[in-house]
Ligand binder design. Structure first.
Ligand SMILES: CC(C)(COP(=O)(O)OP(=O)(O)OC[C@H]1O[C@@H](n2cnc3c(N)ncnc32)[C@H](O)[C@@H]1OP(=O)(O)O)[C@@H](O)C(=O)NCCC(=O)NCCS
Length: 187
């Protein structure tokens, strides 16, 4: 069992999940704007199952999609963190950086701030050589976070997500990457 560290930034605490996060997480998982680029909203059971899988990942690896708290502002706004991508694609297995925040907290730079801390952890503590991120082609907000963090779009790596059915409108995905050299030159 690995409890894993909390990550702290100027404004955020990236921490393990608490039972009190489950209600607000289920609420944001039913917001159609938050879930626009996913197959659909998650009901409470599916949202709780997702939290269980995230927490099992922390127990196994010591890192994952951290619950995000904004110091002195909000006890829980969503998740930011690292997730091993294990589905079948030319670039997997790979370590993915990702985020999902309550719409009330968009536009503040929180995803970028927490994403930077996650990359620091990946290249530092974990010692990986590369981190990827991917999303549906039209998820411009998420793509902007990737670009602000220094990830670069790898057009040759764009792929159809194997967990979505053929012909599904959000099946085509863009792949972004950052390797250790690019991260170190940016830092
Ligand atoms: C993707 C998502 C996390 C991005 O949220 P976001 O608030 O746009 O991203 P950031 O937290 O990095 O904030 C950046 C915005 O805050 C603004 N900002 C304000 N203060 C800032 C600060 N101190 N630092 C940086 N940016 C700041 C930036 O100008 C930028 O706005 P802009 O994109 O309109 O120019 C959010 O849209 C989301 O949760 N979407 C639904 C889930 C999802 O699609 N996840 C990705 C799936 S792969």
């Amino acid at each position: 069992m690995r409890a894993g560290p909390e990550l702290r930034t100027d404004r955020l605490v990236l921490r393990r999940w608490r039972d009190g996060d489950r209600g607000p997480f289920a609420a944001l998982n039913t917001d159609p704007v938050v879930m626009e680029h996913f197959p659909g909203p998650l009901n409470r059971t599916k949202s709780d199952d997702f939290v269980d899988r995230i927490e099992a990942g922390f127990e196994e690896r010591g890192y994952g999609l951290w619950a995000v708290e904004v110091s002195d502002v909000a006890p829980f706004i969503g998740f930011i963190g690292l997730n091993p991508a294990t589905f079948d694609a030319p670039f997997t297995p790979a370590l993915e950086v990702g985020w999902r925040l309550d719409r009330a907290h968009w536009g503040q730079g929180y995803a970028t701030e927490g994403g930077r801390a996650s990359l620091e952890f990946a290249f530092g503590e974990l010692g990986v050589d590369e981190v990827v991120s991917f999303t549906t082609v039209r998820n411009d907000r998420s793509r902007r976070v990737m670009e602000r963090l220094g990830l670069r779009h790898d057009g040759d790596g764009d792929f159809d997500h194997p967990n979505l059915p053929h012909g599904h409108p959000i099946r085509p995905h863009v792949l972004y990457r950052i390797d250790r050299a690019a991260w170190e030159s940016k830092a």
